[in-house]
Write a protein that binds this ligand. Sequence first.
Ligand SMILES: [Zn+2]
Length: 420
Amino acid sequence: MTPNNASSSQVHADAPCIVCNRTTVEEFLDLGSTALANKFLSEAELDKPEPKFPLKVGFCHTCGHVQLTEAVPPHAMFQDYLYVSSASDTLKRHLYDLSDVLVQRRKLGADDLVIDIGCNDGTLLSGFARHGVRTLGVDPAENLAALTQDSKIDRHVGFFNSKTAQDIVRRWGRASLITATNTFPHIPGLQDFVEGIKTALASGGAFVIEAHYLVDMLEQGAFDTVYHEHISYWALGPMMRLFQDNGMQVVNAERLPLHHGQLRVTVQRLGESEPDDSVAEILQMERALGIDRFETYVRFAEKTRGIKAAVRQTVTDLVTQGRRVVGYGAPAKGNTLLSFLDLGPSLIPYIADRSALKQGRYTPGAHIPVVSPDRLLKDQPDYVLVLAWNFLEEVMEQQSEYRSRGGQFIVPVPDVKILS
Ligand SMILES: [Zn+2]
């Protein structure tokens, strides 16, 4: 990242918009001061001071971009990373399908290089590798690099920017396709990042982004999508402006159901290809929903405060009646929810999660221990609060045994409900 971005931990409220650079960002939601959502703690770390940062979201009155109003330096978040793509069956299947679709659409062969930015454990690139294309993953997480060591996937450990793009081109050449799935919302230095894309992309090549979609977040009341890693909450409008201002152009846009709603966007250099109808259609839909108006976000903030009151009430009532409530799924977003709703180990004694990297650790902020899902069958608690509510079907399927013995599920978002 550029030095400017790396030192932006103390950005004040009138910091410039990261898309249009104007100081017209107005805050609409304050989720309090929270610990970093992926910093699960070891037992020894529980006694040490844990850094917390303000978590506030604002809307730019000039370009409509929704973003955090105070940023945390990226190196504090991404160098030791516990989220792995392959831990979710749904996500793994999706990434393999994405590789199939893109190989076909872009007619990729053995000479083509595919670069995945924020490649995580290499799941998407292993999908591409099945088709015989050359693959390079870029990711700053040193702990995840070990996971692709023995595979055919090359890896550049570091952040992607205009400078690292030059190093990549010198060593691997230019890419026919660059992908960034669930990475683009993390980028603070957007102009420099796009410069890097133009450097590393072969002429006629495409940059494909998948990111959580602001329209879905608003429709579902998914306030827990907000955590420090997600600097941006993307709609198509501001994204079109970003690329247009930097010599590129959105040529295709699609809505996807994954993670409860994503936007997939294909970008090329200006003039290389004409945008198809999907771009105008999605843009029109966004405007009809009022996504470019501040009032829309004021309503979202009110709904968020309503969810907090309802879920807290449900959980505290059950515990008061002597029921046992535990958590299921320890995604990063769960930590926004636990922190904003002020739920700790006195109400939720543990959280079950399939990720071996998280088991034995404690959630950031709330310090709730994470255990293996086997524990649910040993203990048979009365209720599980589903923190990974966007993978609800998968969770209920995995826990069919717990269910058949009478275990019930509390789904917190978009409206609190109990499923048996
Ligand atoms: Zn702006």
